[in-house]
Design a protein around this ligand. Structure first.
Ligand SMILES: Nc1nc2c(c(=O)[nH]1)N(C=O)[C@@H](CNc1ccc(C(=O)N[C@@H](CCC(=O)O)C(=O)O)cc1)CN2
Ligand SMILES: Nc1ncnc2c1ncn2[C@@H]1O[C@H](COP(=O)(O)OP(=O)(O)OP(=O)(O)O)[C@@H](O)[C@H]1O
Length: 194
C-alpha cells in the first residue's frame, strides 16, 4: 500500500466514527490528559482547533483553560512556507480561517508564543503506530515544528490525540518524521519515551 492509500484508509476509518462516539472519545482523552503529572501545574500548551473527523478539541481546550493552563493555537506562518506559528489565546483574540478552511487566531506579534515556551504540544494526526510514529495531513507542518525539538534545541512534550481506530502496528517512516512522546486515545495512554 502506498503512503497515499494508507492515509486515505486511515482518514476513512476516522470519518466513519459517529459524532456522538467522537465526542465521547474526546471526553475520555481529556480525562487522561488532565491526569498527566506534567499537567498538574499551569502549563503553556500548544493545542489545535479540530476540524472534520479529528479528535474534537473544543471541550478539551475549554477544560485546559479552566485549569489555568495558557493555550496557544497554530497558524500558518505568513512567509515561512510549511511552518506554523503559535498564537496565545486571550479575551480579545480575533479569528480568521486559513487556506485549508481551518479556524485560526489572527496574526498578532504581541501574542506569538515562541516554541521554546511551550511545555506541551497537542498534535493532530491521521494515524500513529506502536513506536509513536505519526502520519498527518501531509503538509509536514508538525515535522518542521518538531525538528528543533528532535535536535535538542527546545524542550516540549509532544502528545498526539487520537481515537483508537487511528492506530496501525507500523507506519512507513520518512527521514524527517519525528516520533511523538505520547499518544492519548480513549482506551490507552501510550508513552513512547525511553
Ligand atoms: N486541526 C488541524 N489544524 C492544523 C493541522 C491539522 O492537521 N489539523 N495541520 C497539520 O499539519 C496544519 C494544517 N495542515 C493541513 C495540511 C493539509 C490539509 C489538506 O490537504 N486538506 C485537504 C483535505 C484533505 C481531506 O480531508 O482528505 C483539503 O483541504 O483539500 C489540511 C491541513 C495546521 N493546522
Ligand atoms: N523538517 C523538515 N524540513 C523540510 N521539509 C520537511 C520537514 N518535515 C517535513 N518536510 C516535508 O513535508 C512534506 C510532508 O511530510 P509528511 O507527509 O510527513 O507530513 P505529515 O507529517 O503527514 O503532515 P502534517 O505534520 O502537516 O500533519 C514532505 O514532502 C517533506 O519533504
Amino acid at each position: 500500500m502506498t503512503q497515499q492509500q494508507l492515509r486515505r484508509q486511515l482518514l476513512d476509518a476516522r470519518a466513519s466514527v459517529s459524532n456522538a462516539a467522537r465526542d465521547y472519545a474526546a471526553l475520555q482523552v481529556g480525562e487522561h490528559l488532565l491526569q498527566l503529572p506534567e499537567l498538574q501545574q499551569p502549563c503553556q500548551i500548544g493545542s489545535y482547533f479540530s476540524v472534520k473527523a479529528e479528535l474534537p478539541t473544543h471541550a478539551i481546550n475549554q477544560r485546559l483553560m479552566a485549569q489555568a493552563h495558557q493555550l496557544s493555537l497554530p497558524i500558518l506562518h505568513p512567509f515561512r512556507a510549511g511552518h506554523l506559528l503559535f498564537m496565545q489565546l486571550n479575551q480579545t483574540t480575533q479569528w480568521t480561517h486559513n487556506r485549508f478552511g481551518i479556524p485560526e487566531p489572527e496574526l498578532d506579534v504581541r501574542h506569538v508564543t515562541p516554541l521554546n515556551q511551550l511545555n506541551v504540544l497537542l498534535v493532530p494526526l491521521v494515524g500513529f503506530d506502536a513506536l509513536g510514529n505519526r502520519m498527518g495531513m501531509g503538509g509536514g507542518f508538525y515535522d518542521r515544528t518538531l525538528s528543533a525539538w528532535r535536535q535538542g534545541k527546545i524542550n516540549v512534550l509532544p502528545i498526539g490525540l487520537a481515537m483508537d481506530c487511528q492506530y496501525v502496528d507500523t507506519l512507513p517512516v520518512q527521514p524527517w518524521d519525528v516520533p511523538l512522546s505520547m499518544v492519548i486515545t480513549p482506551s490507552k495512554v501510550w508513552d513512547f519515551r525511553g
